[in-house]
Design a protein around this ligand. Structure first.
Ligand SMILES: [Zn+2]
Length: 196
């Protein structure tokens, strides 16, 4: 169960798109994902819009129903990639969620007549669906690219759970972000002290 702790006025506070792939940046919208106290960063539809803009894409306008679909996709991406990182069996249910989202934007597009002639049209796909399909496509591309997939890592900070493609020289990157995980490690120590 996801526990929402971020303040609605400051959604995605401290979030950085460090994943190296759209699907991983999306998977990383939960802090402490691999712990028993995950923190949801997408706590309202507006936060999904903000995330889309942060990673340089368009949300097309989202509502609460879109947000539920988005977090379901997000959790599926994370579960599949975690299984890859841990060399565990890929959960079929999560793959089914990826497939449902891939189908939101069929590969074939249609042509439309515009002032300057003929152009591609994908206006039949709702903006939010196009966003989810793009994320699912990013996951599918990563999962079927062995060279990139073998460089996917989970942050070494206990419980962090953020995923990234390790493009560092020598493939020795261990942390999602030194600054981020350093700061969050402090916050976690603070959280623990408050629990005692
Ligand atoms: Zn981390």
């Amino acid at each position: 169960m996801i526990v929402t702790m971020t303040h609605p006025a400051a959604p995605l506070s401290g979030y950085q798109p460090i994943g190296g792939a759209l699907c991983l940046d999306f998977a990383n919208t939960v802090d402490w994902h691999d712990s028993d106290h995950p923190v949801e960063l997408l706590n309202c539809a507006e936060s999904l819009s903000i995330w889309a803009r942060l990673v340089g894409t368009d949300d097309g306008g989202v509502d609460d129903a879109d947000l539920r679909c988005a977090t379901e996709l997000r959790d599926a991406v994370w579960e599949v990639l975690r299984a890859v990182v841990e060399e565990a069996p890929i959960p079929p249910n999560a793959v089914a969620v990826l497939n449902r989202n891939l189908e939101l934007a069929p590969e074939h597009r249609s042509l439309t007549v515009v002032d300057s002639g003929v152009a591609w049209s994908d206006r039949t796909v709702r903006g939010a669906d196009a966003l989810l399909a793009r994320i699912a496509r990013s996951a599918a591309d990563l999962l079927t690219d062995p060279d990139r997939l073998k460089r996917v890592r989970m942050c070494a900070a206990e419980g962090c759970g953020w995923l990234f493609v390790d493009d560092s020289r020598g493939a020795r990157r261990r942390w999602c972000s030194m600054q981020s995980c350093g700061n969050r490690a402090k916050a976690r120590a603070h959280y623990r002290r408050k629990q005692i």
